[in-house]
Structures are given as structure tokens and as C-alpha cells.
Write a protein that binds this ligand. Structure first.
Ligand code: SF4
Length: 110
């Protein structure tokens, strides 16, 4: 084996070793997509749209004629359980036990 071949083999082994270390590190490097999402702020009941839709954080207190017993944000089609978001109130979370007059029954399995 000549010196040049030995150098190439040594270089290959060094690069292979570095790759074995670097690839797992790069694959686990945190990215924005992996960063934990910031929780949404709760929807203020004083929000104009919330007020217009009679939003409340406690559905058990609702006296509205169109309120169906047992209906709340947690079983509304506009609610996202993983984030507490409501698609009607972008940028906010709503109370799972809340309710508003836009409530519509969810098809999510309960
Ligand atoms: S639309 Fe549904 S999830 Fe959103 S506030 Fe009203 S009842 Fe709650």
C-alpha cells in the first residue's frame, strides 16, 4: 500500500467518523417547526366579536334560547382541542366549557 492510498483511506475514515457524529446532531437540531408553539391568549369576553356572539367562559350559565343543554366549545365544530383555538376567533383560545351563539355540533369522536 503506498502512502497516497493510506492517506486517502485515513481521510475517508476521518470523514466517516465525523459524519457519524454530525448527522444525528443535525437531525435533532431544533427548528422553528419543532419549537413548542406559544399558547394562545384567552379570548377576552370584552372582545367586540365575542360580545356580539354572546361568548361566555361558562356555558352552564347561558340563558339564551338557542343554547342547547350540554353544548359548549369542547363539543363545537369550530374548536381545536389541542390548542384551545376557535376558528371564529383567530389568535385566541376559548374556554372548553365556554359557549357562543355560533356553536355548531362537532363530528369529533368524544
Ligand atoms: S364557535 Fe364554538 S368553539 Fe368558538 S366560541 Fe363559539 S361555541 Fe366556542
Amino acid at each position: 500500500m503506498d502512502t497516497n492510498e493510506t492517506m486517502q483511506r485515513r481521510r475517508f475514515l476521518v470523514l466517516a467518523g465525523l459524519s457519524a457524529i454530525a448527522i444525528p446532531v443535525v437531525l435533532r437540531w431544533p427548528t422553528e417547526a419543532h419549537a413548542k408553539a406559544k399558547p394562545l391568549p384567552p379570548l377576552p369576553v370584552t372582545n367586540a366579536q365575542a360580545h356580539a356572539l354572546n361568548y361566555t367562559e361558562d356555558a352552564s350559565l347561558v340563558k339564551a334560547a338557542n343554547h342547547k343543554p350540554g353544548s359548549n366549545c369542547a363539543n363545537c365544530q369550530f374548536f381545536t382541542p389541542s390548542t384551545g383555538a376557535c376558528s371564529l376567533f383567530a389568535g385566541y383560545s376559548v374556554a372548553p366549557k365556554g359557549w357562543c351563539s355560533a356553536w355548531s355540533k362537532s363530528n369529533r369522536p368524544s
